[in-house]
Structures are given as structure tokens and as C-alpha cells.
Design a protein around this ligand. Structure first.
Ligand SMILES: Cc1cc2nc3c(=O)[nH]c(=O)nc-3n(C[C@H](O)[C@H](O)[C@H](O)COP(=O)(O)O)c2cc1C
Length: 294
């Protein structure tokens, strides 16, 4: 096949991703194989959602879905932007590492089932445009009185990360390997009248959940942590007194077992567990089991 000048630059752009093949001007295909067909179905849905979210990848189609899946991506006239390249990388990673989907009692969004809290992180950096999208997802969370009591400090600089990591409890030392640490802070009082905002932690948790879901959709993993000394983070990250660091989030690409000792490896492989739905869901009244009459 004779490549046009445009295609040559696309071919160059695709070089880091050996699985992607350019087969015509501006179009590339990749084949992924999945061990679990059910995961493949969820993956496809997410891949298409992602591709639509990226306006620069207007078209993504499927040539076949069972255990083997072929994705064709129309790459656009300008070639690949940095963020598009990250998407291709994310697709490859997601296919290689299906993660640990939750064994759910009811069918739910694959994005929710696929989110989990691993401890093994790859050292690969997360590109800044990808990080910005995570916080944009958090920004659009709902909050009581639209107060938006959350603030995030993203720590990517290795020296600064070490400073923040000093606040971690020993059991969270695995998080030192993550290429990104996020400090999540909350304002306990309303900005306009300094009254206590009882919903502030609730809202901040909701915003962080959105951040984590967006991260999952982009092939990243996130692990939230309460195990740190807030006074140390407060001081070292120069958090104003009106805000309180409420959690740290380790973010990055999954590293399979990288950097974990045997104990942590066993926890990484452990069965994912939840209380049964019957223990947390009541009908009509606390403890009630009676469904609505139709
Ligand atoms: C607010 C919060 C704090 C957490 N703190 C820690 C922590 O300090 N260390 C840790 O290893 N995991 C921590 N976790 C992760 C939970 O242990 C984890 O979400 C839970 O075991 C369920 O596992 P899954 O996220 O893989 O479904 C925290 C999670 C949340 C939401």
C-alpha cells in the first residue's frame, strides 16, 4: 500500500502501539483478545463511549466481538493528538489488563463493575490532558447549595510526591509507587456565611467518585486512602485553614504485581467482596423487605 504524506505521519504516530495497524489514509485497526467474553462486551461499550468523548476520534467501529475483537478507528485529518495517543494506549492497556470486575448481584454499568482499588502501579506517567479530564469530571458533581466544597491538589513532581507520601501510614507505602497522588480537601463551612456545611464530606466524596469513574473510563486505576496524617499534609501542601485534607488518591496505570511483596500481592488477587444487597437495601421502612405494590 502506498502511504500518502498524511498517512506517513499517522504511521509514525502509531509506532508506540504495535497492535495498531494503519490500513488506509487516516484509518487504523487493532485486534484485542480477551480471556473473558463478558469483559469484552463491557470494554467495547466503554471504548465507544471514550471514542465519542474524543471529538478527534469521530468514528470507532467493531469488526467482530466475541473473544477476539477488532477495533477500527478513523483518526481524522490532522493525525493523532497527544490525547488521542493516550486513548490508544488506554485501549491497549485495558485489553491487556482486564482488571478485577466485580461479581455483581444485578447487571450494572461495566464502568462501575470494573473500578477497583489496586495497589500495584506502573511507573508510567499520566499525561496532563488526561489528568485534567479527571478533575473536569469531578467539577461537574452535584453538591448541596452548589457549594462545591472540594479542592484537589495533583502531585506529580517526584520530589513533591515524596513529601506528600511521608504522611502515609506504613500500610499504605505501596502508594509511593503511584505516579500521581491527589490530595482531596474539603471546606467544612459555607464560604458565604461560615455556617457548618453538614453535606460537605458527602459532596466531596461524590466529586471524588466521579473523578475515579472518569479515571476508570480512561484505562487508569485509582486507590483512595484515609490512611495518612492530615496535619502533615495540611502543612506540607500549604492547605489554607478553611480546608481540611480528607483523602489521598493514588492514580496511575495498573502495574500488575509491580513493586508488591507477597502479602500485598495476595490482597491484590483477593476475591472482591461486598455486603449483600439485602443487608444495605430496605423497602418502605428500615429493615423492610416488602416491595412496592403494583
Ligand atoms: C474514603 C476511603 C478511604 C480508604 N482508605 C484506604 C486506605 O487508607 N488504604 C487502603 O489500602 N485502601 C483504602 N481504601 C480502599 C478500600 O479499602 C476499598 O475501596 C475497599 O476495600 C473496596 O475495594 P474496591 O475499591 O477494590 O472495590 C479507602 C477507600 C475509601 C473510599
Amino acid at each position: 500500500m502506498k502511504f500518502s504524506q498524511q498517512s506517513e505521519s499517522l504511521r509514525e504516530a502509531l509506532q508506540p502501539y504495535p497492535r495498531w495497524r494503519l490500513f488506509g489514509e487516516g484509518t487504523a485497526t487493532a485486534t484485542f483478545e480477551f480471556a473473558e467474553p463478558e469483559y469484552a462486551a463491557g470494554f467495547v461499550t466503554r471504548a465507544i463511549e471514550q471514542a465519542r468523548a474524543y471529538q478527534r476520534i469521530p468514528h470507532l467501529s467493531l469488526a467482530g466481538v466475541t473473544v477476539k475483537l477488532t477495533l477500527a478507528v478513523a483518526l481524522g485529518r490532522e493525525g493523532l493528538a497527544e490525547s488521542d495517543r493516550s486513548l490508544l494506549g488506554a485501549l491497549e492497556r485495558a485489553a491487556d489488563h482486564p482488571g478485577r470486575p466485580a461479581p455483581t448481584e444485578e447487571p450494572i454499568l461495566s464502568l462501575i463493575a470494573d473500578r477497583w482499588s489496586p495497589r500495584a502501579f506502573s511507573e508510567e506517567a499520566v499525561p496532563e490532558p488526561i489528568l485534567r479530564r479527571l478533575f473536569e469530571a469531578a467539577r461537574w458533581a452535584p453538591s448541596s447549595f452548589n457549594e462545591q466544597p472540594w479542592r484537589f491538589v495533583v502531585v506529580t513532581d517526584p520530589e513533591r510526591r515524596d513529601v506528600v507520601a511521608e504522611a502515609l501510614v506504613a500500610a499504605n507505602s505501596w502508594a509511593r509507587r503511584a505516579p500521581v497522588l491527589v490530595v482531596v480537601s474539603v471546606a467544612r463551612k459555607f464560604a458565604k456565611n461560615r455556617r457548618i456545611n453538614r453535606q460537605a464530606p458527602y459532596d466531596t466524596g461524590g466529586a471524588t467518585a466521579q473523578l475515579v469513574m472518569q479515571a476508570t473510563a480512561l484505562g487508569l486505576v485509582a486507590h483512595q486512602m484515609a490512611g495518612f496524617d492530615p496535619a502533615v499534609v495540611h502543612e506540607k501542601v500549604h492547605i489554607p485553614d478553611a480546608f481540611e485534607p480528607i483523602s489521598l488518591v493514588a492514580l496511575g496505570y495498573w502495574g500488575e504485581g509491580a513493586g508488591l511483596d507477597e502479602d500485598l500481592l495476595a490482597r491484590e488477587d483477593a476475591e472482591r467482596e461486598r455486603r449483600p444487597l439485602s443487608e444495605v437495601l430496605f423497602w418502605q421502612d428500615w429493615g423492610g423487605e416488602e416491595k412496592a405494590s403494583s
